[in-house]
Design a protein around this ligand. Structure first.
Ligand code: F3S
Length: 390
């Protein structure tokens, strides 16, 4: 691989041990994928933040890198952690877990990383422009950045994202190259998509059919950013899809002439929704996978203000939007209806399985895919209005 003078200095250890170890990771990755060089990145999103997912080995790795003087060179921010730092006791997070989680966050902040703790950084103003090279790690954020914003990123792993942050570059391969951003799978949507759950079920279904393709959707009349984030997140969960196109909606539409074509009907969509749903009444409904926007928080506040849900519920979002929701009175309306606005974490990466819940409701295909294995939950899947009052 061709390295610039500064990259070579990092590789040789002239710019510190943390930079040397990080550049070693990037060069190894570049060799695997045949990258001829590195490309500078303008921002990095680091995953591997919840102590639940990284465990003791992950914490040791981070603490060690921070102790070796690891410092990020570009704006870098975090994926959700395993708990809301300001209300973990009220949420019944075990104390041992909380201590470890705080140590993980301390190691990241020591390296100069912003404690955003969100999988939807694009809702708090972190919005790379079309064609901008970035190194993001969380699968739904990657899908959104590539597809909805037109930025360019591979799906980084936790260590490779952190290495990119410390070195300010990432290997130039995959979705950093225009000619790889094409679709060989056209999806004709022959059904009505009204709710977030419709987009979640569509994503869940198409992810399973995508087979390493970048799906290109036709027939979606319009879609909000909230609907697109759920579509992308769900496909990323069931099919590791990092990029998709929606005709006349997303900034790119590159489809090969020989693309395979599939059609999704009303019955198939209904069938997928049914498949994802256990039919049980949830003891907790979780909203915001990926993290809720302010508009979604307001809609929930309006809904539960009209009628109190029949179960506990959380609205998961970033700390910044939680604070805005508090200022605007949305959080108060949600609390008055028996809910909680939860920041920094989510239903999947917090230790839900140790908190007394067994059936969790969601309208996201991603949460529905992960809750059974990662949190030992049965899933109540459906439109928000239905699962909140089931
Ligand atoms: Fe975000 Fe957690 Fe869903 S990290 S995408 S809310 S599983």
């Amino acid at each position: 691989m061709k390295l610039t003078k500064q990259e070579q200095q990092m590789f040789n250890g002239e710019l510190g041990e943390a930079a040397r170890e990080s550049m070693e990771i990037l060069v190894a990755l570049g060799k695997i994928y045949d990258a001829e060089r590195m490309v500078p990145v303008t921002s990095v999103q680091v995953s591997g933040v919840s102590y639940k997912t990284i465990g003791e080995a992950g914490l040791e790795y981070l603490a060690d890198l921070a102790a070796k003087g690891g410092k990020v060179r570009v704006p870098t921010f975090l994926n959700p952690a395993g708990m809301d730092e300001s209300q973990w006791r009220e949420m019944r997070i075990p104390e041992d877990f909380a201590k470890k989680q705080i140590a993980v966050l301390d190691a990241y902040t020591k390296m100069g990383i912003m404690k955003t703790c969100t999988c939807a950084p694009y809702f708090i103003g972190i919005r790379p422009r079309k064609g901008e090279h970035i190194a993001w790690a969380e699968s739904s954020a990657v899908a959104f950045a590539n597809s909805v914003l037109g930025a360019m990123t591979n799906r980084e792993g936790g260590p490779s994202a952190l290495a990119a942050a410390i070195c300010g570059v990432t290997p130039y391969y995959g979705l950093h190259i225009d000619s790889n951003r094409i679709s060989r799978l056209v999806v004709d949507v022959d059904c009505e998509l009204k709710t977030i759950a419709d987009f979640g079920a569509l994503g869940s279904l198409v992810g399973k059919l995508a087979k390493n393709n970048h799906p290109a959707f036709r027939g979606v009349k319009n879609a909000s950013e909230e609907q697109l984030k759920v579509l992308g997140a769900s496909m990323a969960a069931t099919g590791s899809v990092p990029l998709f196109f929606v005709e006349n909606v997303t900034p790119e539409w590159n489809v090969t002439d020989s693309a395979e074509k599939i059609r999704i009907t009303e019955d198939e969509l209904k069938g997928e929704k049914k498949k994802l749903d256990s039919g049980l009444k949830p003891n907790l409904v979780t909203i915001g996978c990926p993290h809720a926007s302010l508009k979604e928080i307001r809609e929930v506040a309006d809904m539960v203000g009209r009628k109190k849900p029949t179960c506990e519920f959380w609205v998961c979002t970033s700390r910044k939007l939680k604070e805005e929701a508090e200022k605007l009175g949305y959080a108060k309306a949600i609390e008055a209806a028996g809910g909680r606005v939860v920041a920094d974490t989510c239903m999947v990466v917090c230790p839900l399985e140790s908190m007394g819940y067994s059936v969790t409701g969601t309208n996201s295909g991603k949460a529905a895919a992960y809750l059974p294995n990662l949190c030992k939950q049965k899933v109540a899947f459906g439109d928000l209005e239905e699962i909140l009052y089931r």
